[in-house]
Design a protein around this ligand. Structure first.
Ligand SMILES: [Zn+2]
Length: 512
């Protein structure tokens, strides 16, 4: 008897010592569906016609490194959504302010087996990566995602509590075809608060991509979120607000109609290793190049080497460039655009042309992600990064992030991140002299321009694109004036975009 009592006591304390029994994952889904109006109400949502406004941001195009995300522009959207087929058509009217100011009007059709993009030039198939991305985001934002999870209890499992913005959310995992969504819940309302995927980004490394849901409003007998906000590891990317909701309208017959040629050429969504965040950046910029993606996928990276002097060459990418300068005993590279693939090409070309010289410095004109994405490859080579003030603190953090999901050269071969900050002016000198100046400009705080003294080559990015710009702008005029005031006399201007032009050509441009 005593033994039984002791055992019972032990058992009691063992149970009491357990944390409060977590709610079962399927119960959480059930409660959320109930909070959204119930399974019947959600099941009755067959089609939606939505009008919406959108705001686009890119955090790593900020004016100050680590500062407010750069607003890229706004859009109005008209969405025809067949929820039962998982198919939608969105008519986009983008008013883009950055990086390509102008209006962009197009439509896209996103479905489980094909997608298309339609503009004033006609229609064309959506590239497989873009389709995979759009399809996943359509699914993430679908008002019937939780109803689907409710019908597939075998694909729902428990997940650790998730943290975001200083809050902790109970969560469950939902394996939805190729996507693993972590559904985070508002403990008070039981509604889904956010839908998370775990993924990485070329600049930040391993992170999370979240859709935050708010402003729940009636849609028929159901409730749907009308404020949708996508963030990468807490950084603003895209906000969509539904301004007008029509439930179960007859969708226009031609909503999903495209030409036979496009229908035949259309490919299914990519599966496997989709560069999610890279796709998002291009879509957000309003200039997704579906055709180029195809070319890159089949042909690999295409770059050219332009020899500008016996000890200097420009590594020309499709849209972004670097400059390689051979000093007596080491190499210096200006800018590290895009990603590891572009850095690899540039480093291999540098080592082939100037064998035996290590890359000692990578000098960054500025912190924007499209010129910084390949910087970690240079750190893995042992290079020290030179940046304009006040970029050091932000870049120390950025460049040291974990990249375990897609290990890059630095993840595989860890080296300390070494950054030198230029407050005003710095010189690198042995057989060659490189002058580095921090200059005033409209693009960012802390912009650097570089001058290779021997061959008289000035390097400039984003405020002047030599060879690409044919007329005077406030930015290029200010830059060329700054060069003059610094007492520099370039024979050539070479850039992070465009190619290179002579001093005479640059001056002729100013006259236009
Ligand atoms: Zn920039």
């Amino acid at each position: 008897m005593k033994r039984v009592f002791v055992l019972a006591t032990l058992l009691f304390f063992a149970i009491a010592a357990q944390p409060v029994q977590a709610q079962s994952p399927n119960q959480r889904i059930k409660d959320a569906v109930a909070a959204m109006g119930g399974a019947d109400a959600l099941g009755n949502l067959k089609t939606l016609s939505l009008k919406a406004t959108a705001k686009h941001w890119e955090p790593e195009q900020s004016y100050v490194a680590g500062g407010e995300p750069r607003p890229l522009g706004t859009s109005t959207l008209a969405i025809a959504w067949d929820l039962s087929q998982g198919m939608s058509r969105t008519d986009h009217q983008h008013k883009m302010d950055y990086p390509f100011p102008g209006d962009e009007t197009y439509s896209d059709i996103v479905g489980p087996s094909w997608g298309a993009v339609i503009n004033d030039k006609g229609d064309r198939p959506m590239s497989p990566n873009r389709l995979a991305f759009e399809l996943r985001e359509q699914e993430r934002a679908s008002p019937v995602l939780l109803l689907k999870a409710l019908g597939q209890p075998q694909n729902v499992s428990s997940a650790a509590n998730q943290k975001a913005g200083g809050k902790t959310y109970p969560a469950v995992a939902f394996n939805d075809g190729g996507s693993k969504f972590l559904i985070m819940f508002d403990p008070k309302t039981k509604l889904p608060a956010g839908i998370r995927t775990v993924e990485d980004d070329v600049i930040h490394g391993d992170g999370v991509y979240d859709l935050w849901l708010a402003d729940w409003k009636p849609a028929g007998a159901a409730k749907i979120a009308t404020s949708l906000s996508w963030k990468f590891s807490g950084l603003a990317k895209l906000d969509v607000t539904y301004t007008d909701i029509a439930v179960n309208p007859a969708l226009p017959a031609q909503a999903f109609t495209v030409s036979d040629a496009t229908k035949q050429a259309a490919k299914p969504p990519a599966n496997g290793d989709v560069p999610w965040q890279a796709v998002l950046v291009s879509v957000n910029f309003g200039r997704y190049d579906d055709l180029q993606e195809e070319k890159n996928a089949s042909g690999g990276i295409v770059m050219k080497q332009a020899d500008l002097a016996p000890n200097v060459f420009q590594a020309l990418g499709r849209s972004h460039n670097s400059l390689v300068v051979a000093m007596k005993t080491y190499l210096v590279v200006f800018d590290a655009p895009q990603n590891e693939a572009q850095s690899r090409w540039t480093i291999d070309a540098a080592k082939a042309k100037f064998p035996g010289k290590p890359i000692r410095y990578l000098v960054m004109t500025h912190h924007h992600m499209d010129h910084l994405g390949g910087a970690r490859t240079y750190i893995a080579e042992g290079a020290t990064i030179i940046v304009g003030s006040p970029d050091k603190a932000h870049l120390m953090k950025e460049l040291a992030g974990a990249h375990k999901m897609h290990p890059d050269a630095l993840q595989k071969n860890p080296k300390p991140v070494k950054i030198v900050e230029v407050k005003d002016h710095m010189t690198l000198k042995d057989s060659e002299t490189i002058e580095i100046y921090r200059i005033a400009n409209p693009h960012v705080e802390g912009m650097l321009t570089m001058y290779v003294a021997g061959p008289k080559i000035a390097w400039v990015t984003d405020i002047y694109s030599p060879g690409r710009e044919s007329a005077k702008t406030p930015a290029n005029a200010q830059y060329l004036d700054t060069v003059k005031k610094l007492g520099l006399t370039p024979a050539l201007y070479a850039g992070g975009h465009g190619a290179s032009v002579s001093q005479a050509d640059a001056m002729a441009m100013l006259a236009k």
